[in-house]
Design a protein around this ligand. Structure first.
Ligand code: SF4
Ligand code: SF4
Length: 160
C-alpha cells in the first residue's frame, strides 16, 4: 500500500490503477475459488441485450452457467461479472443470436469474439483439432529423430 511519511496516501491509492486492478483480481479469485471452476482465459467481457432476450420464459443461460454468474433480477437477466469465466456456455444455449456477446483473451493472447451458438461450436471444434494435432505431434518422431536412431554408417546409406 503506498505510504507517505507514515500516513496512507489515499489519493495515490485512488489514482494507482494497478493497485485497484490487483485488488479486483484478488477478490475475483476468492469468489471463483468458492465455485471450484478454473479460470482458463486471461480476461474477457460479456454483455446481454435485454431487448432481444426472451426473459422469464427462457432463463436457459442461468441453468447452464457453471459459476452462477447469471441470475434473474429486476425483470431481466443480470450478471455478476466477477463470477464469469467467459466459458461461452450461456451463448451456446441461448436461442437468440447476438443476444449475449462475449469477448475473451486466451493465454497466448488470441482474442475470441462470439455471440451465436454456432460460433461457439466452431471455436470448440477448432480447439479440439488443435489439441489432436499437438497430441499426434508429441508421439510421432520428427524425421531427424527417426534418422538418428540408426548407426552412422547406415545413415549414409539411407541418404544415398
Ligand atoms: S460465459 Fe456465460 S455461462 Fe460462462 S461463466 Fe460467464 S455467464 Fe456463466
Ligand atoms: S438464454 Fe438468451 S434468450 Fe434465454 S434468457 Fe438467457 S439471454 Fe435471454
Amino acid at each position: 500500500m503506498p505510504q507517505n511519511n507514515g500516513n496512507v496516501d489515499i489519493f495515490g491509492l485512488l489514482s494507482d490503477g494497478t493497485t485497484v486492478d490487483s485488488e479486483k483480481k484478488k477478490s475475483r479469485k476468492a469468489l471463483l475459488a468458492s465455485t471450484g471452476v478454473k479460470e482458463v482465459f486471461q480476461e474477457g467481457k460479456i454483455s446481454i441485450n435485454s431487448y432481444t432476450c426472451l426473459g422469464v420464459q427462457c432463463k436457459e443461460c442461468i441453468k447452464v452457467c457453471p459459476t452462477t454468474a447469471l441470475y434473474w433480477g429486476s425483470g431481466k437477466i443480470a450478471i455478476i461479472e466477477d463470477l464469469c469465466v467467459y466459458c461461452g456456455a450461456c451463448v451456446l444455449n441461448c436461442q437468440v443470436d447476438d443476444c449475449i456477446k462475449l469477448e475473451r483473451t486466451r493465454e497466448d493472447g488470441r482474442i475470441e469474439k462470439f455471440s451465436k451458438s454456432k460460433e461457439v461450436l466452431l471455436l470448440q471444434k477448432k480447439a479440439n483439432t488443435n489439441k489432436r494435432v499437438q497430441r499426434v505431434r508429441s508421439v510421432v518422431l520428427k524425421p531427424q529423430d527417426y534418422y538418428s536412431q540408426y548407426p552412422k554408417d547406415k545413415q549414409t546409406k539411407i541418404t544415398t
